[in-house]
Write a protein that binds this ligand. Structure first.
Ligand SMILES: Cc1ncc(COP(=O)(O)O)c(C=O)c1O
Length: 291
């Protein structure tokens, strides 16, 4: 956020450029593209990525002039919100929109990045090269480290513009270098392969377990939406929580995200046998919870 603000300072006048909704309430959030529950009533077969048009035709026209926007912040694949994969053309269209108005494109790869989706950055699945990338979590295999990546033109600030007490911790940096080596050697391709295995196992289970409403994801970032009824898509948050608990009792650690989704985000070292064991336990927990 700080980089986006500094980088665009000369081109803009509004303080709105300073930060996100968390610290600056007038920064709006936009409809999340969600092919399973499209907020704009579209569906896969006629999705024209209406959500990006909404930004230009409604938001920019009525309440937030495009020239007052420093940056668009977007997760390539939504994490805490429910492991939601946007339609294939979403990022390209949003990126083009940002380019049209000179707005920086910032992707938050804190959860999806560092090999988890089978590529180093999740945004690579969408053929877009963002202006700024935010990374953390997997970057140093659990050691505390975050990174902000941008080209020199954006990172070239005046001395003293930015500081961090614990930035660049040498032990964390060494862990990050070792992590990247492991990712490039084997773990990124393991994430892609085991992700396919897990995804196809979950899709098989979906055929016979009615409450698995949607199975989606990339690599080892997979979400399963738990619903009461496949047709109405009524959310089943309590079943979701019961499944997580049932799996835990059997030795499988899962975590919820969004209102009624279960996330599968295992260690990238996971083996084919471990995927199979996880699927068996998951099936048992689902059958128990939804019985
Ligand atoms: C996508 C995303 N961005 C940012 C954060 C916040 O990261 P941190 O806790 O390191 O500030 C999280 C935390 O879960 C996240 O999932």
């Amino acid at each position: 956020m700080e980089i986006a603000r500094l980088s665009s300072r000369l081109r803009v006048r509004s303080f709105r450029k300073s930060t996100t909704a968390l610290f600056c309430p007038e920064s709006p959030t936009c409809p999340t593209p969600n092919c399973y529950r499209c907020p704009l009533g579209q569906c896969d077969s006629h999705c024209d990525v209406e959500c990006t048009r909404w930004i230009e035709e409604t938001l920019f026209r009525t309440s937030l002039p495009a020239e007052e926007v420093a940056a668009i912040f977007v997760e390539p694949i939504q994490g805490e919100g429910g492991y939601i994969v946007p339609p294939a053309s979403f990022h390209r269209k949003l990126f083009e929109l940002a380019g049209k108005y000179g707005i920086l494109y910032v992707t938050d790869e804190v959860q999806a990045g560092m090999g988890r989706t089978g590529k180093m950055l999740a945004i690579e699945h969408f053929g877009v090269a963002p202006d700024i990338v935010a990374l953390a979590k997997g970057i140093a295999s659990g050691m505390p480290l975050g990174a902000t990546i941008a080209p020199a033109g954006i990172m070239d600030w005046e001395a003293g513009s930015h500081a961090s007490t614990f930035g660049g911790n040498p032990v964390s940096c060494a862990a990050a270098l070792a992590t990247m080596e492991l990712l490039e050697e084997a773990l990124m391709s393991n994430a892609a392969e085991r992700g396919e295995q897990l995804m196809s196992g979950l899709r098989e289970l979906q055929k016979c377990l009615e409450c698995l409403g949607d199975v989606r994801g990339k690599g080892l970032m997979i979400g399963v939406e738990i619903v009461k009824d496949r047709h109405t898509k009524e959310r089943a948050a309590k079943w979701r929580d019961a499944i997580v608990q049932g799996a835990f009792r059997r030795g499988l650690l899962l975590l919820g995200c969004g209102e009624n989704t279960i996330r599968f985000c295992p260690a990238l070292t996971i083996s084919p046998e471990e995927v199979d064991v996880g699927l068996t336990i998951f099936e048992e927990a689902v059958r128990e919870a939804a019985a």
